[in-house]
Design a protein around this ligand. Structure first.
Ligand SMILES: [Zn+2]
Length: 125
């Protein structure tokens, strides 16, 4: 596991992710959505159809995700409300880079993927 500033992070090797619902921190950042207090909805489309959505809010300490999940074979949808912690590293040019810390393995990553829960690529469950 790379330490801070080593430039190596466990979850950066994303390739083809069409089959997953993904939360991309870089996307949020690009669209100026990474402001503490901001909240909204993320939707995933496939073939023009909405295949999933979650609510999120940006808190000082992390990205809160609010959604429902259902285990295979179960009738009931379980509400999930999780805070995915932010970590911030300094860039060489005085800026800040934000990472999400995977709740399963603790690695820093830019993108988390939704299976039943949102985790890094290695730990998607
Ligand atoms: Zn992980």
């Amino acid at each position: 596991m790379g330490g801070l500033g080593s430039g190596r992070y466990g979850c950066s090797n994303a390739s083809k992710v069409d089959d997953y619902r993904a939360v991309d921190l870089a996307y949020l950042n690009r669209n100026k959505l990474l402001q503490v207090g901001h909240n909204g909805t993320l939707s995933w489309l496939r073939g023009g159809e909405r295949v999933g959505w979650i609510r999120y809010s940006v808190e000082r300490d992390g990205l809160r995700l609010d959604y429902k999940t259902r285990n295979l074979g179960e009738e009931e949808w379980q509400p999930v409300n999780e805070l995915i912690p932010f970590t911030r590293t300094q860039t060489r040019f005085g800026g800040e880079r934000w990472w999400l810390q995977c709740l399963s393995c603790g690695r820093h990553c830019r993108i988390i993927y939704g299976g039943d829960y949102f985790r890094c690529r290695n730990a998607t469950i």
